[in-house]
Write a protein of this length. Sequence first.
Length: 386
Amino acid sequence: VTYQVAGPVAGPIVGMVGGGQLARMTAPAAVPLGIRFRVLAEAPDSSAAQVAAEVEVGDHRDPEAVARFAKGCDVVTFDHEHVPTELLHRLEDAGVAVRPGPAALVHAQDKRVMRERLTAAGLPCPRWRPVGSVADVVAFAGEVGWPVVLKSTRGGYDGKGVWTVGEERAVERVLGAAGGGLLVEERVEFTRELAVLVARSPCGQAAVYPVVETVQVDGICREVVAPAPGIAEDHALAAQQAALRVAGELGVTGVMAVEMFDTADGVLVNELAMRPHNSGHWTIDGAVTSQFEQHLRAVVDLPLGATTPHAPYAVMVNVLGGDYPDLYPAFRHCMARDPGLRIHVYGKQVRRGRKVGHVTVLGGDLDRLRERARHAAGYLRGEVTE
Ligand SMILES: Nc1ncnc2c1ncn2[C@@H]1O[C@H](COP(=O)(O)OP(=O)(O)OP(=O)(O)O)[C@@H](O)[C@H]1O
Ligand SMILES: [Mg+2]
């Protein structure tokens, strides 16, 4: 990219729309590279606004606020997928480097667009169909069997906008309550959930991280193990190849996570996230290049970094809001018990079930790593008391 400011280290200015924990964790990754990092935050006290040197406060749905923010940046990228696609098309038409661009990003915003495109490209997906009525869903369930999974095409996150339904009356309830477009999928009998993180730059270079296992509880990611323990080599390779193909097909720039289901017959694509992702938090402590640095490198079109892990296993456990309004008092005990523990907190108001931080441990003994990471996450939220 061309950049605006010359200095002892004249680097580009990357602007991230959204001030959540992903922007917060991108800020320190910009520092060693001398990349100036700016954030368009929803509020002055949002997670990233607390740590980024250059913060603007504004609404990501407001075309003027986003355009004004973009004027001060060489590249615009995202902490979330909620900026309206149309707004981004207009920015791009006005000459702003939007990465990922709206033509790619829409596949992470709209599950129907994503399913259509991946199906057309021959990528393995669950059987699915767009639906508009109870009868559509019942007909689909007649073909694939109950239960089925209903999904809002837009706006879902952390399992909001996803409903498993076992009979017609449950379908009626969901259709009555959910606004907007819906699709239905077969309920996949997966053995586990996987995610593959890739990065792709405008020049077309791509890099892929090891396949990880993700554990979801009530639709929220709880735990990530890298690499996915005991994964068959052909499944891992197929998963990585599928993710690289998606990145190339869609012309993604930046980091993308492809969420997948592992099944007896191979891997199926669940959904896409075009930004750093919870399944890649382990890379901060556990890989040569963190996903946040990789995202920065990709959006400014620098060569990508090595994705090599530092240890045989990394285990990351999310800290969900629990009993303690303040996480800090628990640090002393966790740190004293486990000097190898890596703690990351997001500066967010603690609310029950909300992602407020994560912990990572690295090593070779997977059972022991799980015990250490779960203990720390449990202690931080007040679930474990010794
Ligand atoms: N077709 C399916 N079959 C079985 N389980 C499913 C299916 N689709 C979704 N799920 C379950 O629901 C979870 C959430 O679904 P999905 O990832 O599509 O929704 P989301 O709310 O957009 O997620 P995210 O929080 O990752 O943005 C999945 O991680 C998986 O556990
Ligand atoms: Mg998901």
